[in-house]
Design a protein around this ligand. Sequence first.
Ligand SMILES: Cc1ncc(COP(=O)(O)O)c(C=O)c1O
Length: 353
Amino acid sequence: MALLAQVVASMPDPTSREQAALLEAELATAHNVAHAITVSSGTAALHTALVACGIGPGDEVLLPAATVIMTVAAVVQAGARPVFVDAGPDGGLLDLADAAPKITARTRAVVPVHLAGRCGDLDALTDLAVRAGLDVIEDACQAHGSRYRGRLLGTVGTVGCFSLKDGKLVSCGEGGYLVTDNPDLAARAAAFRTHWQTPAPGQPALSRLGTNYRLAEPLAALARCSLARLDDTLTHRQQVARHLVELVGDLPGLAHIPATADEQPNGYCALWRILLPDPRGLCRRLADVGIVNSVGTFGLRAAHLHPACQELHPAPCPRAERDIDTLLAVLTPEDDQRVDQIAALIRNEVQAW
Ligand SMILES: Cc1ncc(COP(=O)(O)O)c(C=O)c1O
């Protein structure tokens, strides 16, 4: 609170970006990367990353159909065309066998989305991207602290994008950031984030149009406090997720989705596959009794099915549709007391469904 009061007192100075600059240095250290750029949301991070990769009108970007609408919106905001990729038969969100034939001369990047802090076979995806000359823009908005083969998600590809929205493992209400080792990309991202007023090297100020995606100073101060607790938050959320799965136990009609040997998820969500009729109805029912879950609470569905995506003429992605429709992704609570209640509610509701 003292830090926040101090930041608010300094706000009459319109040039101060002290907290955002400190946060960027701390984020770079925490992710073991050369550069972190703060922005005003996870969606802004994705948009900024795409622009900083030089992606725009005429370009195509591959992304899983099994994603949130924000990933799609960022690609469209950058002026590029989203090309939806189906989920894999093994449960991975982005099927390489479906992605490969969708690569054209216009394809510039692939966006793996680490829903629930999971990532599937990221090495195979990166190999495909390298062979095709594509940037890998990781949507790591749900993946703070998750690892793949020991590497932090968001640091495997060209650039990683994170959200600081409430509920995430690092949060300040609203906000976002991107991380990269590429200095030119970082400079372009920083320039775009503030109307190209601080230009990328070799470019005059205001030589391009950007936007205002700055993270407000009080929010940056809050994010610094949250980041300082990340190790504890991570351990806690991972324990809570494990505990919740144990308490729910074996139930007919509900199958836990374990992490693969290569994934170390951050405990953001606990995941089950629903094997009962009307799985979306069950998710909504669970939301009604207070269990925050992706499908029931936030209306998650395969992105290519949203009315807003129909003008993109998406190809069918039946596995993504089925995988999302039967997914129970419960956000892990901070409060240990709630775990028992949530587990009991899930058991009761599933048995009664
Ligand atoms: C996977 C994913 N991508 C992108 C976003 C967008 O982040 P924001 O809400 O901060 O714009 C979110 C937000 O929850 C998300 O979960």
